[in-house]
Design a protein around this ligand. Structure first.
Ligand SMILES: [Ca+2]
Length: 241
């Protein structure tokens, strides 16, 4: 009599363990899979730009039209089993799923971007996109500070800016020349680059709902320790493919 052999097939779940340089350690699940990876993004043409006194050539890339929202980040935390528990703090200034995600570190932003198969913009990419095709202007819409509240939620209220002590739902104000919303004001946006040579702080751009109009100027570059989670800092993603 033949001895029947039972072959046990083990289905092994492949879990990323952070072996690649761009894979955040805390992301425990697989990446999001979208049919159209450029959904909600706009194509930014390449070109040259001078940032922090350095001329940089920027290749064409896609950028999120809107800041990453609370709803999108919740979806990431749930599906990627990501460790995050500051939802009460988030709700204080970004009360609905349509508001920009805030209270997140550079590492949190980086983890989301990796999961979404995107990345954080370099500072040059961020500013090139924020300029919206205009040359040598002070703000994303031009030089006229008197119309700032048409384009930006910053400290105080007036005109289209109806948000005094909180972020506005993303896309509430006018877009720039590349159809990007909130490149000035609302959440400050984490960039990929280090701000300082000692690599202690990361670049943040775009001013914020909490800061005054002068922070919307391109010359105003902000920075924070990448571990800081602040009520004014958020992000958006880009993609090169
Ligand atoms: Ca405001």
């Amino acid at each position: 009599m033949m001895i029947q052999r039972f072959v046990v097939v083990l289905l092994v779940m492949v879990v990323w363990v952070g072996c690649g340089e761009d894979e955040p350690d805390k992301v425990k699940n697989v990446k999001a899979v979208e049919v159209d990876t450029h959904q909600g993004m706009v194509l930014i043409p390449g070109g040259a730009i001078t940032v922090d006194d350095e001329m940089v050539n920027v290749n064409a890339f896609y950028m999120d039209k809107y800041e990453v929202t609370v709803g999108q980040f919740k979806e990431f935390v749930k599906r990627a089993d990501y460790e995050y528990d500051l939802w009460n703090e988030v709700a204080e200034y970004s009360p609905t799923d349509s508001h920009p995600m805030i209270e997140l570190s550079w590492y949190d932003a980086k983890a989301y971007a990796w999961w979404a198969d995107k990345r954080l913009p370099t500072e040059a990419e961020w500013e090139y996109a924020a300029r919206g095709g205009l040359v040598d202007k002070r703000f994303p819409w031009g030089d006229d500070q008197s119309v700032a509240r048409d384009y930006a939620n910053y400290a105080g209220t007036g005109g289209k800016d109806q948000w005094g002590v909180q972020t506005a739902p993303v896309g509430s104000l006018e877009p720039n020349g590349y159809d990007l919303f909130d490149m000035a004001g609302n959440a400050s946006e984490w960039c990929q680059d280090w701000y300082d040579e000692g690599k202690d702080t990361k670049v943040l751009r775009g001013g914020s709902w909490y800061l005054n109009a002068s922070n919307l100027l391109f010359v105003r570059r902000r920075f924070n320790n990448p571990n800081d989670r602040s009520f004014i800092n958020g992000f958006r993603c880009v993609s090169s493919n």
